[in-house]
Design a protein around this ligand. Structure first.
Ligand code: RIB
Ligand code: CA
Length: 305
């Protein structure tokens, strides 16, 4: 059984990624921490609580984390995720509340208690930078970090930068400096494999309540992309990063290299620049068919192995 912590700025694709982890046998989600990012910290936290209620997994502790990046000016992506951050889908809040301690303290407590933890990050890296800065002794308890973030050739927020790394580049650099095995799933392989609206409908078909939720969640980003680019398609960054962790065979190409954040206040701020090194595994290609398969299996009601 692999034990994981998910750190998330829970918007729409984060929610789908969390469902995938919860639906996978032999994966134990021991905690979820929330961070400001695509949506505010309040919405991200509420969305995780709503999702866990829907999934019947309210025993998982939720820790509310950083409300802003370390230095960077706030940016959000609420247009893509809708007003509540989950496309205003009908997901009621249950009685579950977040824990009384903040994310850095909660992450520290989990890491002290358990060994061999993998951390999957689906948002800006603020919480992790703060946690490892405050409690450096817990770094050795982390087996690996898997992050959706960065862009090698072309970004999505600027020409050069991807949202999660751009939104808090200093925290990203802090993490890149650490000595923990680190798998990065950047924007480049993700943007190559969107699903059409027809495929989204096929993926959801016959999957019951999870299929319906997926369809409802997908509607807002599809509408957003259509409005700005005239195409009805769905790109799934966080689910692809989650799949790369849960099913490494979905990774069709990767390089071993270093990355450095551009931290100067130029048009390139927030860009992740490839450099020589052996520190990171960076995914360059994803098996689209296998990813679709994994996603479909995750939406079936039974847990999958
Ligand atoms: O850059 C892609 C964005 O969409 C990131 O914030 C990622 O986490 C996803 O939510
Ligand atoms: Ca995210």
């Amino acid at each position: 059984m692999k034990k994981i912590i998910i750190d998330t700025d829970c918007g729409i694709d984060d929610a789908i990624a969390i469902i995938m982890a919860l639906q996978t046998k032999d994966i134990k989600v021991i905690g979820i921490s929330t961070v400001n990012g695509n949506v505010s910290i309040e919405k991200a936290t509420r969305n995780v609580l709503r999702l866990l209620h829907f999934m019947g997994r309210e025993e998982i502790p939720v820790y509310k984390g950083a409300s802003a990046p370390l230095i960077q000016k706030l940016i959000r992506a609420e247009g893509v995720h809708g007003e509540d951050g989950l496309g205003n889908v009908s997901l009621p809040l249950g009685s579950k509340m977040e824990e009384s301690v903040s994310a850095p303290q909660g992450l520290k407590d989990l890491l002290i208690k358990e060994d061999n933890i993998d951390i999957i990050t689906l948002g800006p890296l603020t919480n992790l930078a703060i946690t490892f800065n405050l409690f450096p002794e817990v770094k050795k308890k982390v087996k690996s970090i898997v992050a959706m973030g960065g862009a090698i050739e072309r970004g999505n927020v600027t020409k050069f930068a991807e949202f999660n790394f751009f939104a808090d580049p200093e925290s990203a650099q802090y993490l890149l400096n650490l000595d923990i095995p680190f798998l990065i799933v950047p924007w480049d392989p993700i943007v190559k494999i969107p699903f059409s609206k027809k495929e989204v409908n096929e993926i959801a078909a016959g999957k019951g309540r999870l299929g319906n939720l997926f369809l409802e969640l997908a509607a807002t980003p599809i509408r957003f992309v259509h409005k700005f680019y005239g195409l009805e398609k769905l790109t799934l960054p966080d689910p692809i990063a989650m799949a790369a962790y849960l099913y490494p065979e979905v990774i069709k190409g990767k390089i071993i290299a270093g990355l450095e954040m551009e931290l100067n206040y130029t048009t390139m701020r927030g860009m992740s620049v490839l450099k020589e090194g052996e520190r990171l595994e960076i995914v360059t290609e994803i098996d689209r068919d296998l990813f679709r398969n994994i996603l479909e299996k995750s939406l079936k009601s039974k847990k999958i192995s």
